[in-house]
Design a binder for this molecule. Sequence first.
Ligand code: TYD
Length: 206
Amino acid sequence: MNKGLFITFEGADGCGKTTQLMLLAKYLKQHGYEVLVTREPGAKGLGERLRDILLNYDGEVSSKAELFLFLADRAQHMDVIIKPAVAAGKIVLCDRHTDSTVAYQGYGRGLDIERIKTLNSIATGGRKPDLTFVFDIDIETSMQRVGSQKDRMESSGMEFFNKVRNGYLAIARQEPERVKVFDATKAIEDIRIDVLETLRMFVAKM
Ligand code: TYD
């Protein structure tokens, strides 16, 4: 594997994707790969400011404004951080990306999904993740894990999160080659093994 790779980690809040991302990063680094760990919203620089608005601003934010803030963050992230890293041969592990916008702003908030896909494509210059891991969790478990300290997005309610979850499952059905779903209620170590196996199979086919 000397070509760069772009892998995204997705799922509803509290699904454990960040834990799995860190475990995979550790494994890959131990095996000599150059890895870049990053996230949306809010990679380094401008992204940190946008993240603060998206998660902490307590005034009214329209759904459309929210969408464009996520997309602004994505455009910057793609151009300044992700594309150069992949071009340099790194394995980029990104916590949330385009599918979050389809799931949260599209399926969750009810904005037009086809339009979001077009806007995503403008923001990324058409570069899709090579592989996407979705960690599927029931909403009750998710809420228990998130606890009482919720940010602006996490305060959107149960109905919203059910829509987000179903959105992710719909995305996976539409793009089964790219998007792989894991049962996030399983033990961390079991999920880690499943993730690794999926990555191995993907790399073998490259
Ligand atoms: P974060 O604290 O990073 O949560 P998590 O650990 O669950 O990833 O918060 C990101 C929040 O932003 C999360 O609730 C999902 C939401 N989000 C969107 O609604 N649309 C997007 O395009 C992205 C990238 C995130």
